[in-house]
Ligand binder design. Structure first.
Ligand SMILES: [Mg+2]
Length: 200
């Protein structure tokens, strides 16, 4: 029997990504942001024009620290368990140019767990509204049966295509949000395992 497909976001679900880019911004461009200030729309977080945000993003990537993102403890063990029941696919907003690096990071930190890594074509597509796009179309096309993401917009996107979602983590950007009826909040990976224990 084919396994059901569990799609999983990468940044701030598998890795402490927000923390790293924020610290880099504080160190290099004089900001004094805390995690409370994080915004996925970097131009808006840094209060700069989109061109400058792009320049800074490329500088950050060129620094090489992105390939050493800190892993979220507990994710690997939880996903190892879930991979016995589900086919696990990473679905990321990262731009396509980062996918090779992303693949290497996944292979060394989550060996043998992910069946596939898919770029949802959100960032790096030149669209000024990129930060508002969701992963809904990708989730639908791969036949995802559950999606895990720290961004409410992607959970809402999942809801719009009939995919139950888990809003992951207790983060400033997802704390005070209304959840669509098929979205469940799980504050950490043990809570995610409890959720799946409850549905099988
Ligand atoms: Mg994320």
């Amino acid at each position: 029997m084919n396994k059901q497909i569990l799609s999983v976001d990468i940044d701030d679900v598998l890795s402490h990504s927000a923390k790293q880019i924020m610290a880099y911004g504080n160190e290099n461009w004089g900001h004094t942001h805390s995690i409370e200030d994080f915004n996925e729309d970097l131009a808006s977080m840094w209060q700069v024009e989109p061109d400058e945000a792009e320049r800074r993003w490329l500088e950050y990537i060129d620094s090489g620290i992105f390939s050493r993102l800190e892993v979220i403890v507990e994710a690997r063990e939880a996903l190892e368990r879930l991979s016995q029941t589900y086919q696990i696919i990473a679905v990321t907003s990262r731009r396509d140019s980062l996918l090779p690096l992303t693949g290497e990071w996944i292979a060394s930190n989550y060996p043998g767990i992910f069946h596939q890594i898919i770029g949802a074509g959100i960032y790096g597509n030149g669209r000024p509204d990129a930060h508002m796009l969701t992963k809904a179309d990708v989730l639908k096309s791969i036949g995802s049966t559950h999606h895990i993401d720290d961004q409410i917009k992607h959970c809402a996107g999942a809801y719009s295509v009939g995919v139950p979602a888990i809003l992951f983590g207790d983060y400033p950007w997802n704390r005070d949000v209304d959840l669509p009826e098929t979205v469940t909040r799980c504050k950490d990976w043990p809570a995610v395992l409890e959720y799946f224990d409850g549905i099988v």
